[in-house]
Write a protein that binds this ligand. Structure first.
Ligand SMILES: [Zn+2]
Length: 397
């Protein structure tokens, strides 16, 4: 990441902006207990109560070319790529919305915990990955079926991540392949899950037909993925995950040692939300709401492309909001401490308090976010020891 981008990111991740996102999350989920944190872990996730987002995910905000391609795909002009700050706002809000929708509509913990199939690490991981693909496609479908104004964020997020993985002189199909998997044959399970994730979450990618290793499994489960991700009832939705698992059981390897899931985590950056074997998940119990799905993010219920929507009005309103918020954030971040001395004689009834002096001190804002991060640190301790936390100077946090 370039030095200037780093500086912008650091400025962006101030408590003022964190608070904007947290308030938004509390309003959207109608739950004032929701807390939100910026952590540079290259993914976003929630445990049903705490939301973790990474404004710098995949360094997309600093990838001008990817942003331009996403703008072109969405036909929204050059309103985002012109400013890393705008890109950070869009990307952060997109992740926030995604996690909020999980809190409202997904079950926490999900069905994996009590599933009799979940008897080994590799089987739990396979269930988690199937669940992740279905829940993410479902969440995006909810965002467009129930709400008027979330599609812009959800679609931009998905497309910007896709283009940031694209090799620029390559085709869109190459976006989701990485060097290592091209060099050696991937495990059929990984090849299969990558194929299905691309099919469901990135319908704009023209897929070539699946290889002989996985074609039968793809044909057997395509409809289950489509139906499962449009199923508005959490328990019934989990049932689709079980059916898919049963249909592909033959290609699940013996142990996780063989599993190289680099490609999958690239396609599914929110993987932790549904990974039941992870130590950070599953403390809060939350039953997802039932909902009626009428469309998907980019396609209709039959998976046909939807006509492009005109986001002009929405994007114009957003950009002027972003500019105001940026100015307010910078004003706070660059504030200097001020001490003002007031004399009693300056007030009404001056004779009564003529010898009284008032000293008003406005301290420099504390920017290390210590209080906000203490809670999340306690909870995600193990996890965060290995990650970079941008705002702390204190080694204890
Ligand atoms: Zn998700």
């Amino acid at each position: 990441m370039k030095r200037n981008d780093k500086k912008i990111l650091q400025l962006f991740q101030c408590d003022f902006n964190r608070n904007i996102e947290e308030t938004f999350a509390q309003v959207l989920t109608e739950n004032e207990l929701i807390r939100l944190f910026f952590i540079n872990e290259n993914q976003a996730f929630t445990d049903g109560r705490n939301i973790v987002v990474d404004p710098a995910i995949g360094e997309v905000f600093a990838n001008k070319e990817a942003l331009i391609r996403a703008e072109d795909f969405m036909q929204i002009g050059r309103n985002i790529s012109c400013s890393p700050w705008h890109a950070l706002r869009m990307i952060t809000r997109g992740q926030n919305i995604h996690e909020c929708l999980h809190i409202i509509y997904s079950d926490f913990p999900n069905g994996i915990k009590t599933d009799p199939r979940a008897i080994s690490k590799i089987r739990i991981k396979t269930l988690s990955l199937i669940s992740n693909i279905i829940e993410d496609a479902f969440i995006e479908a909810v965002g467009c079926s129930i709400y008027d104004n979330l599609e812009l964020y959800l679609a931009f997020e998905r497309v910007a991540v896709l283009f940031s993985n694209t090799i620029f002189d390559g085709t869109i199909e190459r976006a989701l392949k990485n060097e290592t998997t091209e060099a050696r044959e991937p495990l059929p399970l990984i090849e299969y899950l990558s194929y299905m994730a691309t099919f469901l979450l990135y319908p704009m990618v023209m897929q070539s037909s699946p290889s002989d290793n996985i074609i039968d499994y793809v044909n057997k489960t395509k409809q289950l993925f489509l139906d499962g991700s449009a199923c508005g009832e959490p328990k019934a939705r989990y049932n689709y995950i079980q059916q898919i698992f049963d249909a592909i059981e033959q290609i699940i390897p013996e142990s996780t040692n063989e599993l190289d899931d680099e490609l999958i985590t690239k396609i599914l950056p929110g993987y932790k939300t549904h990974s039941d074997c992870d130590n950070t998940i599953g403390t809060f119990v939350n039953t997802g709401n039932n909902v009626n799905i009428t469309r998907r993010l980019f396609t209709d219920l039959k998976n046909n492309d939807l006509p492009k929507r005109d986001f002009g009005k929405q994007i114009n309103a957003l950009i002027s909001e972003y500019i105001n918020e940026k100015n307010a954030a910078i004003k706070i971040v660059s504030a200097k401490p001020i001490v003002i001395e007031w004399n009693g004689a300056q007030f009404d009834c001056a004779a009564v308090h003529k010898n009284i002096k008032l000293i008003e001190t406005k301290p420099k804002p504390n920017l290390n976010l210590r209080r906000a991060y203490q809670n999340i640190y306690n909870k995600y301790h193990i996890n965060m020891l290995t990650s970079r936390i941008i705002t702390t100077q204190n080694p204890k946090i």
